[in-house]
Design a protein around this ligand. Sequence first.
Ligand SMILES: [Zn+2]
Length: 351
Amino acid sequence: MKNLGLLSIFLFIILLNSSLLAQQNDVITIGKLSAAPGDRISGTVAISSEENTAFVPITIVNGKNPGPTLLLIAGIHGSEYSPIIALQRLMPTLQPQNLSGAVIAIHIANVPAYLGRTIYTSPVDGKNLNRSFPGKNDGTLTERTAHFLTSQVYPYADAVMDIHSGDGNEQLRPSWVGYYAEEEDAEIVEKSRKMAMVFGLQYANAFKGSLTPKSKAIWAGSAAVAMGIPSIDVEAGGMGIINPYAINQIETGIRRILDHLEIQQSGLPPVPEPIIFGDRHSVNSPVDGSWYPLVDTEKMVEEGELIGYMTDWYGNRIFEARAPISGMLILRLEAPPVRKGELLITVAELQ
Ligand SMILES: [Zn+2]
């Protein structure tokens, strides 16, 4: 009896301790970077394949108080600078003592593409990181980068934001936020939708199509959703320039998400819900050659309207890109070089 009494006191202490622990944030450890509750750390984590080595610069701000963890990803495409600069501006302002929860920033997911100034793909293996999720632990460097994110970083996240711009050769306007609207798990769809609604941009995309089987989830954001983590994609900026307007949209939007998740209270005023784009239709080039755009993005266009044209190497017009539907021109290539099959323009229906 006496032993049983001691045993129950012992068990009670263990239960008490574990319930206290459950109210604390966990230590967040990514590679050699580790942040206990109340800590901030910045540093790089190395990623190696058999042929190549790269690194990923990361900041972890682990709040003093418990709460959810928001994962921010920039630089999946290395020539999309507005998200990268927005995270460089935002992260130093987040103080662990003010956070209930944590924020993890992947400052530049694809450093080889950033330093190599490549669009779409990594100069190391020619792969598009945003088509390489969930990744492979024995794959190429790009595939291993995706695998690093899904295996070592995503498990900490309660919400994921994958932040892009138009690429270095793309004019993208207006900025928009997107979420996966037709995933099977209604709760994840609703949590993602709410994040998109409060981000503060005027336009949103409700991505169509289910992510079943999960092998369809080859984008960073969709891979998060496939793992059961609410997620939004953001597109702001482009053309390989420093765009203060887009940078501010991203930084302010993240602060609104931090408010929404109750990780931090910024006191930003509420925003109207965005206009959801209808169907999006793109025109891809049937030829290699040079592209000359004629119509600016954010303009309303009529079906059949000439948006730009391709020439051969000698300047002869060989293809005309016409609006496939009536709607808003939301993306156009800006720079001349185009390979056969590459996207020239996208028009979105306005509902
Ligand atoms: Zn991108």
